[in-house]
Write a protein that binds this ligand. Structure first.
Ligand code: MRU
Length: 349
């Protein structure tokens, strides 16, 4: 395993090796046991990588989708596709996962450049990635400033997070984990409570790995521990990412997020969403319009390939949930911080 700092990781990279251009992805299914990259050369391989969460996290799949248009163009030239086939393959990439708006938005941004050729497509895809990296660093600073002012204590902060929102989930650095990194960089972070994130353990496998790489103190806890940890007063704030934010502030994020928001509202501590403006979907009025990915039943009925539930049981496996906008104390984007209703949380009257 590499000892290099995880903040410098690039989960999604366009490469041009002797074997021709390819999309190089950190295989996030292999972490934390191995830091390995896979090279993707076809649309089939890319769609499979997105579906299996080899690459995951809203901005990272946005980057993969952007480069996916280039990949489809190269494959199409190699295999003699006509324009209709190319469009159909690009549409398949766009639809590989339904919830994170970054995937479709990136594909829609890059695809119109196809007629200008590969260099133009790649320039647009690189811009998607560069802008995300810059946005993450801006969010880190805005979010850390806001949290320190809002929590208003002299001691370092105890922050809870859910799923993985770090370098692995983005073009680099991270959204919510970028805020946490920035607090640590300023010497203002005591510890992180990293929810394990059932059923695929993005928190235990990926967030904890990123934190451990940098020596950031943290606990991994079961998702079901989060509400109790918050209500016992062991957490100063929760900071999470987002897969899609509707126009009214309703926020889709990894399943389990809404329970954290409710606990924060009850405990009257900040529940902060950190996400780039590319995750805001003004075309969707409210959370009711966000399609929630339903994943395979086996992910909740089995563990490490061994069936854990009775053979007769069915599995219910939504990958995301929607937190009502009024539970979000602050939305941190690269443009700054937007507080919701001056911190009033109607759920607790
Ligand atoms: O299913 P995943 O691992 O792609 O889900 C990821 C999340 O829910 C993240 O919290 C979200 O994409 C924000 S990543 C900066």
């Amino acid at each position: 395993m590499s000892n290099s700092s995880s903040q410098d990781l690039r989960a999604v990279l366009w490469t041009a090796s002797a074997d021709g251009p390819a999309l190089s992805l950190i295989d996030q299914t292999a972490l934390p046991h191995a830091l390995a990259r896979v090279e993707v050369r076809t649309v089939d391989e890319l769609v499979d990588a997105i579906v299996r969460l080899v690459v995951r996290g809203a901005p990272a799949i946005g980057a993969a989708g952007a480069y996916g248009v280039a990949l489809a163009l190269v494959q199409g030239e190699r295999e003699g596709w006509n324009r209709a086939r190319l469009d159909a393959e690009v549409a398949r990439i766009r639809a590989a996962r339904p919830t994170a708006v970054n995937l479709m938005a990136s594909v829609d941004r890059v695809a119109p450049r196809v007629d200008e050729g590969l260099d133009a497509v790649l320039a647009e895809a690189h811009a998607v990635v560069d802008e995300d990296l810059k946005a993450n660093h801006a969010m880190g600073a805005y979010g850390a400033d806001w949290l320190l002012a809002r929590v208003g204590v002299d001691r370092p902060l105890r922050v809870l997070t859910h799923c993985n929102t770090g370098a692995l989930a983005t073009a680099g650095w991270g959204t919510a984990l970028g805020v946490i990194r920035e607090l640590h960089r300023r010497g203002r972070l005591e510890t992180v409570y990293a929810d394990e994130t059932r059923p695929l353990l993005q928190g235990a496998r990926l967030t904890a790995w990123e934190l451990a790489q940098e020596g950031i103190p943290h606990f991994v806890q079961a998702d079901s521990a989060a509400a109790g940890t918050i209500l016992r007063g062991e957490v100063d704030a929760a900071v999470v990412g987002a897969d899609r934010i509707a126009a009214n502030g309703d926020t889709a994020n990894k399943v389990g997020t809404v329970g954290i928001a409710l606990a924060c509202a009850y405990a009257r501590i900040p529940f902060v969403v950190a996400a780039p403006t590319t995750t805001v979907d003004l075309a969707t009025a409210s959370g009711d319009g966000i399609r929630i990915e339903l994943r395979g039943e086996d992910e909740v009925l089995s563990w490490a390939g061994v069936r854990t539930a009775p053979a007769a049981s069915r599995g219910h496996n939504p990958a995301f949930d929607v937190t009502p906008g009024e539970l979000v104390s602050a939305l941190v984007t690269e443009r700054g911080v937007r507080e919701v209703s001056a911190g009033e949380m109607p759920v607790v009257g």
